[in-house]
Structure formats: C-alpha cells, structure tokens
Ligand binder design. Sequence first.
Ligand SMILES: [Zn+2]
Length: 223
Amino acid sequence: MVVYTEAHAGSLATLTEEERLLLAQVWRDRYQALYALPGVRFVMPFENRGEAVGVTLHHPHGQIYAYPFVPPILERESQVFRERPVLLELFPQLGPYVVDREEGFLAFVPPFARYPFEVWVAPVERHPGPWTFSEGEMAAFARLLGRVVARYDALYGEPFPYVMVFHAAPLGEERTFHFHVEFYPPRRARDRLKFLAGTELGAGTFVVDALPEETAQRLREVL
Ligand SMILES: [Zn+2]
C-alpha cells in the first residue's frame, strides 16, 4: 500500500509538484527493491479510484503487487514488444489521439481503446521502467500523470473513477519492453457506468460506443 499524502482527501491531481515527484521516486525505489527479491518476475504499481471500482478507503492511495510469475496480459505484451517496437511505431500516427504531453512523454487515447476515456501515458523513447528515467524525466512523468487525472476530474466536475496500472518490463524483458501506464475509467457518461458483459467477459472483446479521437478531443479541451 502506498499512501500518497497525509491529507485525507485529494488525488494525483491535487498533490503538490514536490509530493508527486516524491511519489514517483517511491515507485522507482519499490520497483528496484522488489525486483531484487528472489522469485519476483513482475512488479505492478496500480491505483483503484472511486466507489465505482469498489474502493472503500478514500484516502488517496495506490498499491503495488509483486508476482512470482508473468501475468497473462504482460506475457502477451512482452511477446509483442519482442517482435516489434509497437509503441514507437504508433507515436508518429497519434495526432488526433494525443491528450497532453510533457518533455519526453505523451498522454493519449489509444486508437484501440477498450474503455471510453481510456488514456495511456508513455515515454517517447523506450524505457523498460521508471528505474531508467533521469530526474528530469521523473518530474515530467509525475506532472503528466497529475494532469491526466486533473482532466478526468474536470470532465464532470467531480472525482472521476478509474483503474490505473503501470506496465513495466517483466524480469528478462528489459531490452524490448516499452514502459507505459494505462488508465481504465469505467464511465460511459456522467451517470452511466460501463459494465463488462457478454462480449467483454465471454470473448475478451470490448465494444465501445465512443470514438477514441473524440474522447481525446474532450479530454484535451476540458482543461
Ligand atoms: Zn500495457
């Protein structure tokens, strides 16, 4: 469990710049410490935010899991990154999908988004994980994460529920894996949640009734 601040309320968006940078340094420190443990194959910081995703503790916080195996989604991503640098290939085509940027980092709605308002944050150059960021990159990364959450919260003028996951290289994939953060918000509209149902749960195939370039535009213009 990683508690973001001693304040009872707030979010990645409302932390001070200094607090957010400290938090990013904590993530880096935990990555290094956990990957150094024997048997750990994958480390994942994540945050579940909002009652819509089952959160009962409201104090701003995230969690970190260390796995003794490579989970299926990461196995698949590792395999793809071994074949091709898919994110580096995607970036030049991202024009209408870009939500925000910082020096060396992009926030975008992926053209293949599975959730309305899904956003990914990634370094423009390939890094296996935050442990290879410079101090300047660490600060830019933290600022951009904060601004993505600020954009979410500005959409409906209230805290926006989401699941945020960090995908860094599983053990042994450091030479090809491209670190990225994925935000999955369960909302379709102000009062409507997206439920995973027949095609999502039964076939692993997501149906989304929103165009990624349009949700990217809304997120861009909301701040
Ligand atoms: Zn991923």
